[in-house]
Structure formats: C-alpha cells, structure tokens
Design a protein around this ligand. Structure first.
Ligand code: CO
Length: 142
C-alpha cells in the first residue's frame, strides 16, 4: 500500500521583488517559464507572476502595487528576497482554527482573497521561528 502523503502540498514560494520584469530573468536562466499573466491583488497591494516548478508548486514573484502595501514595507526594511511559503490545504478555515488552537498567531481573523481567487491566511513569523507561512485553499478552477 502506498503510504498517505500529508494533505498539504507546497503551492508556492513567494519572492519579494522590486520589478517582476527584472527579477524573472534569474528564474528563467534556471529554466523556469513565467506565465504572461500578471495578477494584481489590490487587497494585498501586489502584482504577481507565477512560474511552475512542478505540478503543484510555483515560484510567485511579488511586486509592490499601489502605495504603502505590505510588500513596499518589506522591501524597504529587508530588500528583495524570500517573502513567504504557501501550503495548499483543503479547508483553510479548518486549518486556521486548528493552528489557532495550537497557539499560532494568524494575520487575519478570517481568510482573505489571494491570487488566483484562493482563500488565504498567514501565520505570523513570530510564531513560526521567522518564516511567514501562507495557507491557501483553491476555489473554482485553480
Ligand atoms: Co502567496
């Protein structure tokens, strides 16, 4: 019998960049291909671009959109670099309720809309040893 894999899969590794068009070259040189699609997530103050790593995981470049979003602040403070990891879960509300019970600090009381129309929430890096972790539930065709 094949052992059960964990329910969560890596959905994306998000990298904060000043410019998607400049930053994507590094990943293209490594063999990744970015979709032409650029999605603005106004709620998060970002423009995103995705490149597939394998059948579930992607590289997501995050470029600041608008003014004073979280990515602007991140770039000001830390400069470009790995911003968060995202794991896909079946039920983001259930996962977050469970995480809360275990003492983790979530950024949002309720899940919010992420890129690709996903429902997402974030675990504060304070409670994970310094890593911002997103949990995401796909909706519709994604
Ligand atoms: Co993300």
């Amino acid at each position: 019998m094949i052992p059960d894999l964990n329910d969560s899969v890596l959905d994306h590794i998000a990298i904060a960049v000043n410019s998607i068009d400049v930053a994507k070259k590094t990943y293209e040189d490594l063999g990744f291909t970015f979709s032409e699609e650029r999605e603005v997530v106004k709620e998060q103050g970002v423009t995103t671009a995705f490149a597939k790593i394998d059948h579930t995981a992607n590289i997501e470049l995050l470029e600041p959109y608008g003014e004073n979003g979280p990515i602007h602040k991140y770039l000001d403070k830390k400069g470009p670099g790995v911003h968060h990891l995202c794991f896909r879960v079946d039920d983001v509300k259930e996962t977050c309720a469970d995480l809360k019970k275990k003492g983790y600090i979530l950024l949002n009381e309720e899940p919010v809309k992420g890129a690709h129309n996903c429902l997402v929430n974030f675990i504060h890096p304070k409670s994970t040893g310094g890593v911002l972790i997103e949990v995401s539930q796909a909706q519709g065709d994604h």
